[in-house]
Design a binder for this molecule. Structure first.
Ligand SMILES: [Mg+2]
Ligand SMILES: [Zn+2]
Length: 185
């Protein structure tokens, strides 16, 4: 079976915005994202993005505009030798009660099935409480990164608490690489 790193999008791979990332003009990858993902691919991890995009249901953007962002991400990664094994997004309203909105794990399970992923040997990286919950719900190891807009100062006391709290995605990737080298996780 394969191991994966599940990645949140906004605030983890790219700068988040207080009023959603509605189109490609508002999308900025962090400068360290490519290097971080190169490390994780080199370690043999499958890479999957799992993101909530309620801005679609709220009418602030469209599926087409979100798709354009995801096409850009896929192309940008590919020219750097990084292959994504999927971008799964929930387009629904928070009140819709769907199973694909994090912290629910329908999309994680779908990705795991498609790519033969062992969730217990996989990681979930994100910038919010909801990402930590998603990772825990899926039985993955969890890392909280501090590059989001929300406060993380009390993250050690969250329930569930993240297994690790790192500055950013690059630090998280280096941690995972080290853990793998030492056969710890
Ligand atoms: Mg986020
Ligand atoms: Zn959904």
């Amino acid at each position: 079976m394969n191991r994966a790193v599940f990645l949140d999008r906004d605030g983890t791979l790219n700068a988040d915005s207080r009023d959603y990332i509605k189109n490609l003009d508002e999308f900025w990858l962090f400068p360290f994202t490519i290097e971080a993902l190169k490390i994780l691919s080199r370690c043999g991890f499958r890479l999957v993005i799992i993101t909530n995009q309620a801005c679609i249901a709220k009418g602030l953007t469209t599926v087409e505009k979100v798709q354009k962002i995801h096409d850009f991400i896929t192309a940008e990664f590919r020219i750097n030798g990084i292959i994504l094994d999927g971008i799964f997004y929930c387009p629904h309203h928070p009140d819709a009660g769907c199973g694909c909105r994090k912290p629910k794990i329908t999309n994680v399970l779908k990705a795991a099935k498609m790519n033969d992923i062992d969730l217990s040997k996989s990681w979930f990286i994100g910038d919010s409480k909801r990402d930590v919950e998603t990772g825990k719900n899926a039985g993955c190891h969890t890392i909280l990164v501090k590059t989001g807009l929300r406060e993380t100062i009390d993250a050690g006391n969250w329930n569930p608490a993240p297994e690790y709290i790192m500055e950013n995605l690059l630090a998280a990737a280096r941690l995972i690489e080290q853990m793998k080298k030492e056969n710890l996780k």
